[in-house]
Design a protein around this ligand. Structure first.
Ligand code: ZN
Length: 467
């Protein structure tokens, strides 16, 4: 789209302990074990100014209530200073920098960024610049990646009640990679491609998987107008349409520098003005870290294969569509683990389609644990169960999660002789039916127990014998 400028901002949660304490980073679904209440005080920034937005928020007299667990500590409620930066998270950030060909800083300085909505107990978010000046290759040329930061995630909002806002502390302090591209993206489709490529790179590292673990923001401007930030993309595939509509809106209404929320119908609504500049000042509780050669060497030693190389390898064992889907799926590491032992096509198809198929057929919204996928696919790989049983066993598990061996007892491989005897019996009692009709009868009897191909072959052979 001519005149459009667009850049991306990604936030990716890392699969480590928290950034400034040793608490785990698991999201809790059970009831909170304690609450603490805080009122936000706006703090003077480095320049001595009080952030206008912070002052406005305080004026509203909002009560912030934080819900915690035994998996959170005094750091999350700001009763204890932050500990040293988590070294594993730092290593992953360095690896991301390497994958994007970035210049890594010599010293990591943790900064405080004022946060006015209560989502941080301290009133600020800690963030550290890790690298600058990288790029990612796309079909439309290089998109420059300006900055890579390592920062702490905010507390997640659970509800609002009157003037009270309730937050969970489980997410506060989860390490995040923040990746910012320059506005080199030239079309809505190009934005999607870039987002997918960046997503693919991050997924090859030790990051969290599943809903809410990657957040994509998009900056859009038209014809020299101000930058507008779009937040809350739920579904990447809608990104092109959202951007197209936003460009149209900006051209029609004119744009203000503001943050807008993406709606389910792909339009956007005003969320808040663009935050001011007087927001960063040094975090004096965390000492600076000098990036040593040893740290870089360690990061490089465990650097995973670049996704472009992975894509090439996948393309040699899978068709283009499966390759594409798998590359954009968070099931790729699981695929790689299973690939040496099990037919890659069966593994890819199962990992990609079992959950959506179960949702469609049985209306069960299931997330099958990696271990269950492994158990079932290994059983198939060792010829303990027929191919048709793979999906059926996963569906059984979705309906009633239990031990896989228990489920398997129902799906014991049936031998060819039993199949042959059965079809003979059926043909005898119902002669003259079509191949499809016999296939239907046999499927009813053997679904999930016998490979469809074996059924078809046996029926064909027996029908042939009749003539
Ligand atoms: Zn903690």
């Amino acid at each position: 789209m001519k005149g459009m400028k667009c850049g991306l901002e990604l936030h990716v949660q890392l699969e480590t302990h928290k950034l400034f304490c040793n608490c785990p980073t698991e999201m809790r679904q059970d009831k909170p074990q304690f609450t603490v209440e805080r009122v936000l005080h706006s703090v003077a920034g480095e320049t001595g100014e009080v952030d206008a937005a912070a002052a406005a928020e305080e004026a509203k007299q909002t009560r912030f209530i934080y819900e915690g667990y035994d998996t959170t500590c005094l750091v999350e409620i700001d009763e204890e200073p932050p500990h040293q930066v988590n070294r594993e998270a730092l290593r992953i950030a360095l690896q991301m920098a390497m994958m994007l060909g970035m210049d890594v800083v010599d010293e990591v300085h943790v900064m405080r960024k004022t946060v006015v909505d209560g989502s941080n107990t301290s009133g600020f978010q800690r963030t550290a610049l890790i690298a600058t000046n990288g790029s990612i290759r796309t079909s439309k040329g290089e998109v420059r990646v300006g900055f890579l930061c390592l920062e702490e995630d905010s507390a997640r909002i659970v509800k609002r009640e009157g003037n009270a806002v309730f937050f969970r502390l489980d997410r506060l302090g989860v390490p995040l990679l923040e990746i910012m591209t320059e506005p080199d993206i030239t079309s809505p489709e190009h934005a999607l491609e870039t987002a997918e490529k960046l997503g693919m790179l991050t997924r090859s590292l030790q990051v969290k998987r599943g809903i809410g673990t990657i957040r994509q923001d998009v900056n859009v401007s038209v014809e020299g107008g101000p930058r507008v930030e779009l937040k809350g993309f739920q579904d990447l595939r809608r990104m092109p349409l959202v951007i197209r509509k936003e460009v149209e809106r900006q051209r029609k209404e004119g744009a203000k520098p503001e943050v807008r929320n993406v709606n389910p119908d792909c339009t956007t609504t005003f969320l808040r003005p663009m935050p001011g500049a007087a927001r960063m000042y040094p975090e004096t509780d965390v000492p600076k870290i000098t990036i040593t050669r040893k740290m870089l060497a360690e990061a490089r030693a465990s650097l995973p294969e670049h996704p472009d190389a992975v894509a090439e390898k996948l393309a040699s064992v899978l068709n283009p569509e499966l390759t594409r889907q798998l590359l954009h799926s968070d099931k790729l590491p699981l695929f790689n683990e299973l690939r040496p032992k099990v037919d890659p096509k069966v593994v890819a198809t199962t990992l990609l389609s079992a959950e959506p198929e179960i949702r469609k057929r049985f209306g069960i919204d299931v997330q099958i644990p990696d271990q269950v996928f492994k158990d079932v696919l290994w059983l198939y790989g060792e010829s303990k169960i027929p191919k048709g049983a793979v999906f059926e066993m996963l569906a059984e598990y979705a309906k009633e999660p239990r031990d896989i061996l228990e489920i398997m007892a129902r799906f014991k491989a049936v031998d060819g002789l039993e199949v042959e005897r059965t079809i003979k019996r059926i043909i005898k009692s119902k002669p003259g039916l079509s191949f499809a009709a016999y296939m239907g009868l046999m499927m009813k009897k053997f679904r999930g127990k016998v490979d469809g191909r074996l059924l078809a072959e046996t029926i064909k052979r027996e029908l042939g014998n009749q003539n």
